[in-house]
Design a protein around this ligand. Structure first.
Ligand code: GLA
Length: 401
């Protein structure tokens, strides 16, 4: 009931022309890098400049990565009038100069705040200062705001996030608004017109399938987060994405686990926000993070997430509808031993459970390309026989003949 009244109010306000988010900033899932997974509070201006340089030099920019995002811990105090300042020890040049530098590389700068009185690391939150902060960010040249949910007490999430959305809009500089309340208030039900993406879960942890217990909260391995996306795909689409959190690719999982992680985030049309030290990457990590054909699946203009079509003994088959009637298909092997794939296309009718996409392989034939191995396979008139290594994927792109 409360939510309905709020939605009605939002609607009426939107008729007045002021309650809006910026359009066109996230027609495909946002791509970038964020400090948190690797550096937590150990951040400074040099790191941001070097990361912007590395984003260009590594080929990530060319592959589509755009946002360099400073997470928690950049904050100084508020001044006497309540305007937030940057921590001058960590960021001696100030934020505006940093934004200018990042922009000079053809990239965009993101920043972090919190809807409550304090951020999760105990820095000043935006509560009561939303319009001031939005003006400050616009003056600094910020392009992206991740907005967290610590120290929010009894605050109402849709109202709090809408306030910041309105403040950003009033400040006039287009800012991609990333909602981060961990799925606690079901943002998929109300945030379509509020933010461009919303976290669906608690924090990711750098492991394949684990729960990391922090006392009163947990962070989660890749498979745990993947499973928590169940039922959410119908809420996402161009301009408003489910966000299963930043990536851990390059942070210590095995190469096949990293590949599977990147693949599943791509299949989910998730924001691709790298969380490793991109100044020092192995060739394998670069290959995964910049994989053109996998990124094309993530960035497909249709903007429809994959769903799990079937599973058998740890082997899952996922289908993602793509533009022009193409499909991406991933066989994900969660098991600790190899699994055989024997997929007889012609016996399969695939129907999207949430949207109006379907394919009957007895009627339509597709070419089959193995995305990671850059190899054309036999078309869908022949059954697919393959083996998938443990904790790995086989991803195919099907194109109509
Ligand atoms: C929360 C968020 C993380 C990160 C930290 C920063 O835990 O979910 O992504 O932003 O706060 O303190």
């Amino acid at each position: 009931m409360k939510n309905t009244i709020l939605l009605l109010l939002c609607f009426v306000m939107s008729l007045g022309g002021y309650a809006q988010k910026f359009d066109g900033l996230a027609d495909t899932p946002p791509m970038g890098w964020n400090t948190w997974n690797t550096f937590a509070c150990d951040i400074n201006g040099e790191l941001i400049r070097e990361t912007a340089d590395a984003m260009v030099a590594s080929g990530m920019k060319e592959a589509g990565y755009e946002y360099v995002i400073i997470d928690d811990c950049w904050h100084g105090e508020r001044d006497k009038k309540g305007f937030i300042q940057v921590d001058r020890e960590r960021f001696p040049s100030g934020m505006k100069a940093l934004a200018d530098y990042v922009h000079s590389k053809g990239l965009k700068l993101g920043i972090y705040s919190d809807a409550g009185t304090k951020t999760c690391a105990g820095e000043p939150g935006s509560r009561g200062h939303e319009y001031q902060d939005a003006i400050t960010y616009a003056e600094w040249g910020i392009d992206y705001l991740k907005y967290d949910w610590c120290s929010t007490g009894t605050q109402n999430a849709p109202a709090s996030y809408s306030t910041m959305r309105d403040a950003l809009y009033e400040a006039g500089r287009p800012v991609l608004f990333a909602i981060c309340e961990w799925g606690d208030n079901q943002p998929w039900e109300w945030a379509q017109d509020v933010g461009h993406m919303w976290r669906t879960t608690g924090d990711i942890y750098n492991c394949w399938d684990c729960e990391e217990d922090h006392g009163d909260w947990s962070s989660w391995g890749v498979l745990r987060i993947l499973d928590m996306q169940d039922g959410l795909r119908k809420y996402a689409g161009p301009g408003h994405w489910n966000d299963p959190d930043m990536m851990e690719v390059g942070n210590g999982m095995s190469q096949s686990e990293d590949r599977a992680h990147f693949t599943m985030w791509s299949m989910l049309a998730a924001p691709l926000i790298a969380g490793n030290d991109i100044r020092n990457m192995t060739p394998e990590t670069i290959e995964i993070l910049t994989h053109e054909k996998m990124i094309a699946i993530n960035q497909d203009p249709l903007g429809v997430q994959a769903w799990k079509y079937e599973e058998n003994d740890g082997l899952e088959t996922w289908f993602k509808p793509l533009e022009n009637g193409d499909w991406a298909v991933t066989f994900l092997n969660r098991a600790d031993e190899a699994r055989k794939v024997n997929f007889n296309w012609k016996e399969k009718v695939v129907e999207d459970p949430d949207f109006d996409y379907s394919v009957d392989f007895s009627e339509t034939t597709y070419t089959v390309e193995d995305i990671w191995n850059d190899k054309k396979l036999k078309n869908t008139n022949k059954a697919l026989k393959a083996e998938v290594a443990p904790h790995d994927v086989l991803t195919l792109r099907l194109s109509r003949i």
